[in-house]
Design a protein around this ligand. Sequence first.
Ligand SMILES: [Zn+2]
Ligand SMILES: [Zn+2]
Length: 383
Amino acid sequence: MAADYYALLKIRRDATQDEVKRAYRRLARELHPDVNPDPETQERFKEITQAYEVLSDTDKRRMYDMGVDPFAGARAGGPGASPFGQGYNPLNDLLDQFFGAAGGGAAARGPRSRAQRGRNATIRIELELAECSFGATRELTVDTAVVCPTCSGEGTAPGTHPQTCDICGGRGEVSQVTRSFIGQVMMARVCPGCGGYGTVLVRPCPECDGDGRVRTRRTIKVRIPAGVEDGTHIQLAGEGEVGPGGGPPGDLFLEIVQRPHAIFERQGDDLHCTVTIPMVAAALGATLSVESLDGPADIDIRPGTQSGQVLPLYGQGVKHLNGNGRGDLVIHVTVETPSKLDAEQEKLLRELAKLRGEEAPPGRFAPGQQGFFSRLRDAFNGR
Ligand SMILES: [Zn+2]
Ligand SMILES: [Zn+2]
């Protein structure tokens, strides 16, 4: 018998199951790798876990008491200590002989990989309307994780490699026999020695502490296509952070935030704006210079233009995201009625009204009175 499990747990040979459990709990709290990461303590933790594995299970404990150590040959202390070589666990073999294929079935799942896919990340990018329309290039500084240069993601100190777990023999799980009313049932659970990985990092990499990746800041240049809008997500595959254990990187998402524009309101790929023109210009017609995304553009105000009229500039809106064509720039005209007239202006307007047969004594039409607005409108329409 290679190890005295009773001595390891510091209990008497006739200890009850309850005492076994309590003894293990007390020691595990002391020796847990999270509390005490030094290798010697971890080794002891493995030993007491192994002792508990056996003594907490009435069947294994009976075997052990009869002189069969389920762990003999797979003793903690390095895989070299196993006369059967790596990947071989005498306990599983023993149990397989006793219970047939059940153990093999459970092992089919195998150990889980240390390498996990990295997380996705999202970065918000604020763009001006013109940048949304025509596309933009940005240099982004991202805080991310990259593969550890010291261990190349393996997580072990230079010159060493992960070693096959002694407790599970690399299977990542341990078999446990429990007694139930239908008889003995074989159960597999995650190996407490390696956390299910099947390997242990005996000497973790000093740079990444076994994680296989290190945090860093890097700059990437991204091209944002023309036609994006507020809320557009752009996926940059594989530009996220590298996963634990040197796993594949996640994706980086750019979330577009479009800054409000002073003049234009965007609706889909169309732009809308309002221009105010003087009453006389609306009546006589004029050429007006308006802002567009492409610079100043001249629009013709035809004589007799009404307030609320819409003038579209086709193809002057935002580029479509699919790369074909553009939306329109839609100009909404507001006609401004002069609110302050000096004596001469008032006289001229009265003369005009007289010429058009629209003369009315002041105060005759109260605002809101039937016919007032339609007559005023007709007055400037030449009707
Ligand atoms: Zn490393
Ligand atoms: Zn293990």
